[in-house]
Write a protein that binds this ligand. Structure first.
Ligand SMILES: [Zn+2]
Length: 192
């Protein structure tokens, strides 16, 4: 693991989900653009909706998610969706989908800071120098509106597969890859 840190700084060995990097950067840009949102609650709500979309996408296309680890909080969120409704407010409340106050930010934070996606600040975090607000807004289009609802019918969430953690339809794929593996891209672009 130490070698990974040396060769691929910012690439974490403690979680398998690259898309949480983008998600947290998105939340940071949203919080910096709006002062009417409660930072921790907004983060938790976004993580709940993100996980719920991912659960539904995996149910619908199991082959495309084979071998992929579950979204954080999946067991609790999945069980609560059995009535066809995602109760965002209830799941995002303290000690529901996540025990930690800041949801699942903790395991990612050091890596996200190293990659310039977020910086510590305010009540939670600020966007880092590499957080591309327009790109993130496009990649997570609709997420904030969903997250601010207290309850969402699951069939509405089915339409947001671009938010799934599998990244199949993720618009920020190339951008995130270039942040994680800048040398690889430089190598590809270099003349023989
Ligand atoms: Zn998916």
């Amino acid at each position: 693991m130490r070698r990974v840190e040396e060769l691929l700084p910012g690439v974490t060995t403690v979680t398998p989900h690259a898309r949480y990097y983008s998600l947290h950067a998105y939340v940071a840009t949203v919080l910096s653009a709006r002062d009417d949102l409660a930072p921790v609650d907004t983060l938790r709500r976004c993580e709940v909706v993100f996980a719920a979309v991912s659960i539904l996408h995996a149910r619908r296309f199991p082959d495309e998610h084979r071998g992929m680890a579950q979204a954080h909080g999946q067991d609790i969120i999945s069980a609560s969706m059995s009535d066809g409704e995602l109760n965002v407010a209830k799941l995002a409340a303290a000690r529901s989908y996540a025990q930690a106050k800041r949801g699942f930010l903790g395991p990612y934070l050091a890596s996200e800071r190293l990659l310039g996606l977020v910086t510590p600040g305010g009540e939670l975090l600020h966007p880092g120098p590499n957080a591309d607000a327009r790109r993130l807004e496009s990649a997570f289009e609709g997420l904030l509106d969903l997250a601010l609802k207290d309850s969402i019918p699951c069939d509405v969430l089915e339409d947001y597969s671009s938010l799934c953690l599998c990244g199949r339809d993720a618009r920020e794929r190339g951008w995130l890859r270039s942040l994680m593996f800048p040398n690889q891209l430089m190598g590809e672009a270099a003349p023989p």
